[in-house]
Design a protein. Structure first.
Length: 420
């Protein structure tokens, strides 16, 4: 029996838009001008991945998508269109596609249904209900070679809804005489409860993963190639793109960083042999970088500016999205910085967010910090009291501080014109 080549994808999140104020300009992408940058990034990643799959040699037999193909239960039209094009292209290239739902496609109310359902009409094998299904002896290839290779392939699809409640999974077992691949979406018991998008996910009992599968294709955790249980061939493929700064790669770069690679996993399967797991990377993923944090506890304005210059420099990838955290800064020190130079340095990348964390000021110091800079801390305190969602609080904090800075720069320009 020949080797079966399987591509494991997950957590594509078609339709994810990212920050509402991060949009493409006409000089960046004339056709997509005005659209959300991260939405377009994901679409481009899907297009390029599809082309790479159909051109790969030796040929790919099966693509499995382990949930979160879409970002929401009711996707936007562009996301639906691109998903249809991907499935149709792969099907016409004689590549079987198996899809299960993840937590993002699964609505809270069952009558809404699943957005993956229509992909069956385009040739995909879709399992998105509440039941576990085994796909085998039904592969419909035009190529006799592919048909022969996959005769003994069984894909066990355990969609996200099947993990609800307290199911026993007594019937979820490998089939004797087959190459058995388990396809499911969720957290393996023992992992954190929240993923990098701060969504909860149902737990996959680790006992299920120990039942002798040739390979387990997991979805939900966005770390490429992450193996939660080191003694069994169960892997998360990760996402095609880093979707937020929780998935950012640390800078300066380190190849051992868990977020150094984004893409799919390339699996080689043969009956009675151990699965070979390789990377099928998205080589053009947009860099999302977490710059080395600055501790400004003992810094004056001059020394803090020097530290900012070492972080924000022309060697950074110009198309990157970057985050720099400046901790323990005094409000009066921040006010004395050269904000015009900082703004110019932020332009070395596509976007750079700077998050300022201020030193706690004692009552005896309060008279020394009655300045505009205290607005930053007041805004942070206001959000801490009223917004419980971490991602929402960070977004509103950054947007508010940005507007405070803009007002500060306008006042400085007015004072400069007046010679004050």
């Amino acid at each position: 029996m020949s080797v079966i080549r399987l591509i494991h994808l997950a957590d594509i999140h078609l339709g994810f838009t990212g920050p509402a104020n991060l949009v493409l300009g006409e000089t960046e992408n004339e056709k997509a001008a005005g659209r959300y940058l991260r939405e377009v990034d994901i679409e481009e990643a899907v297009r390029k991945m599809t082309i790479a799959i159909i051109r790969a040699q030796p040929p790919i037999d099966v693509v499995v998508i382990a949930g979160d193909f879409f970002h929401r239960p009711a996707p936007y039209p562009r996301a639906i269109s691109l998903a249809a094009r991907m499935i149709q292209t792969l099907s016409k290239s004689d590549i079987a596609v198996v899809i299960i739902d993840g937590n993002h496609e699964t609505a809270n109310v069952l009558h809404i249904g699943s957005p993956t359902t229509f992909l069956r009409e385009l040739g995909a094998y879709v399992v998105n209900g509440t039941e576990y299904q085994i796909l085998h002896d039904q592969w419909n290839y035009t190529s006799p070679e592919k048909q022969a290779r996959t005769t003994q392939l069984a894909i066990h699809a355990l969609p996200y809804q099947a993990l609800r409640g307290e199911p026993k999974f007594t019937d979820v077992h490998p089939l004797p005489g087959y190459i058995n691949v388990l396809l499911t979406h969720g957290r393996v018991s023992g992992l954190k409860d929240l993923n990098s998008l701060h969504h909860t996910a149902y737990t996959i009992p680790s006992e299920i993963l120990r039942r002798g599968w040739d390979y387990v294709a997991l979805g939900d955790w966005h770390i490429h190639g992450y193996q939660p249980l080191k003694d069994i061939p169960a892997f998360y493929s990760g996402s095609l793109e880093a979707l937020n700064f929780g998935e950012a790669r640390k800078y300066p770069l380190d190849d051992s960083d868990v977020y150094a690679v984004h893409g799919a996993l390339d699996i080689r399967l043969k009956l009675g042999k151990q699965a070979e797991v390789q990377t099928f990377a998205n080589q053009e993923a947009r860099p999302v970088l977490y710059l080395d944090t600055i501790d400004a506890m003992h810094a004056d304005a001059d020394s803090l500016m020097d530290m900012l210059r070492t972080r924000l420099h022309p060697q950074l990838p110009s198309h990157a999205l970057a985050l720099l955290e400046v901790e323990n800064v005094l409000p009066q020190v921040r006010e004395q910085l050269d904000h015009a130079e900082i703004e110019q340095r932020r332009k070395f990348v596509r976007r750079c967010d700077i998050r300022w964390t201020f030193q706690r000021i004692s009552p005896s110091q309060s008279d020394e910090v009655l300045s505009e800079a205290t607005l930053d801390r007041q805004w942070e305190h206001f959000l801490e009291q009223r917004e419980q969602d971490t991602m929402e609080r960070i977004w509103h904090r950054d947007e508010g501080i940005k507007r405070i800075d803009e007002a500060r720069y306008m006042l400085q320009a007015i004072y400069a014109q007046k010679g004050e």
